[in-house]
Design a protein around this ligand. Structure first.
Ligand code: KG4
Ligand code: ZN
Length: 405
């Protein structure tokens, strides 16, 4: 039985990578949720110039964005109440020690706290891992500061678990969960590719994962090699869809008839549930180097890029699909649960749904905007772990946090 009340308002903060997110979620009777707000400030434009996320730069952006995003989320939730007050020197001293390594955030925090009343929330769900260490600390220290000053308890949440639990936002989890277990979750993001066996919410076993690059990282790196921009997943997905509508048959074949765009499917037939994507990226590097000759006409170059994008996406999906459904069968699961940025991919969603239907398995896939990083998923996670409180004095970020074991 749950010892604390189920009806509550949860504030969630997410800064594990390059998205600054704040969400407010109201849990009503029987775990029925009402979303009050879910604000995400993306840093994509900044990182796109460099073709990837630089942790130090992302940390600076989180410091800059956190208070405005927080303010917007509270305003949208109608929880922002102006009330002028002055912090005493002792409070300022403690806040400055909590935010010692985030001076820009500290500078914005003081006027914010002095301008607004404590919002009516019951807990702060804070992502403390896994992710980019400097980024995680910005959110963790901000949450610690708010918890200290407002006396609101902290619930540390795992980012990977949040990608899974966002699927329980709707319909009501208490009615859904018992009938869908055991389940197998595939979490595919920019930093992780894991197959997680679930006996229940909160009971996890990682039964397979990538040995090198994550699936999202592979999308991103291949897009960069093909001069397509950042982040690679959505760009490749769009190009691949266009290509599938009007493929150029001659492109995929050499004059002797062999498939020139064919890429490997690393580890697809190994007798385990692990993945490897770095070889795929290397294959793209060599193939593109071979094809992208200086005198290549622009139109042909574009067609080749699209063909390669299509093949990269196919290769990644083929491997993910084969391993996931093999594991699902071996472990006799009832449900497949997808999560993480790559699960926003339309073709992946289509193929997984089709396969699950054929095999009589239930499938849960978040709406695309909740597949990628956001704080709402952390709020849902926080609700499930509402009894697991942490103190602002001791909470730490852990870049390598894992679910289960
Ligand atoms: O979960 P997420 O937002 O952040 C991490 O926790 O890493 O995932 C980001 C990853 C990026 O690698 C991005 O390219 C990929 O998700 N991604 C996609 C799509 N949208 C985002 N990959 C394939 N197809 C998409 N439509
Ligand atoms: Zn993520």
């Amino acid at each position: 039985m749950l010892s604390c009340k189920e009806e509550m308002t949860i504030l969630a903060i997410e800064t594990s990578c390059d998205d600054t997110g704040v969400a407010l979620l109201e849990a009503l009777e029987e775990g029925v949720f009402s979303v009050l707000s879910n604000v995400v400030a993306s840093q994509i434009e900044l990182h796109a110039q460099y073709g990837g996320v630089f942790p130090a730069m992302a940390k600076r952006e989180h410091q800059k964005n956190l208070v405005p995003v927080f303010e917007q989320a509270l305003r949208e939730s109608k929880l922002l109440a102006p009330r002028l007050s002055t912090l005493n020197p002792e409070q300022v001293k403690i806040l400055s020690s909590i935010l010692e390594r985030e001076p820009e955030l500290f500078a914005q925090c003081i006027p914010f706290i002095e301008k607004y009343d404590k919002p009516n929330v019951d807990a702060i769900a804070i992502v403390n891992g896994p992710g980019l260490e400097p980024c995680l600390w910005v959110g963790v220290n901000f949450a610690r500061a708010l918890s200290y000053i407002w006396g609101i308890p902290l619930i540390p949440v795992n980012h990977i678990e949040s990608h899974i639990l966002v699927n329980f936002l709707n319909p009501a989890p208490s009615t859904l969960a018992p009938n869908m277990m055991p389940a197998l979750s595939l979490v595919v993001s920019g930093g992780h590719t894991q197959l997680i066996l679930m006996k229940d919410i909160g009971s996890y076993e990682i039964i397979g994962e990538t040995r090198d690059d994550a699936a999202g990282e592979c999308f991103d790196k291949c897009a960069k090699l093909l001069d397509l921009g950042y982040p690679g997943g959505p760009i490749i997905s769009k190009l691949a869809a266009d290509y599938a509508l009007s493929p150029t048959p001659s492109l995929g074949r050499s004059p002797t008839g062999e498939a020139t765009l064919k890429l490997p499917r690393p580890m697809m037939n190994t007798n385990d549930y692990d993945f490897s994507f770095s070889g795929l990226k290397t294959a793209v590097l060599y193939k593109w180097r071979e094809m992208n000759k200086k005198d290549l006409p622009a139109l042909l170059r574009k067609a080749l890029q699209a063909g390669m994008a299509h093949e990269v996406q196919d290769a990644i999906i083929d491997v993910l699909l084969k391993k996931t459904f093999a594991a699902a069968q071996a472990h006799q699961v009832k449900t497949i649960i997808l999560g993480g940025g790559v699960s926003a991919n339309a073709e992946l969603r289509r193929q997984f749904s089709e396969n699950a239907n054929e095999k009589g398995l239930a499938i849960a896939i978040p709406p695309a905007h909740l597949s990628t990083d956001n704080a709402l998923m952390s709020a849902v996670n926080g609700w499930f772990h509402r009894n697991k409180k942490a103190s602002w004095e001791t909470l730490e970020a852990d870049a390598n946090l894992r679910v289960g074991n």
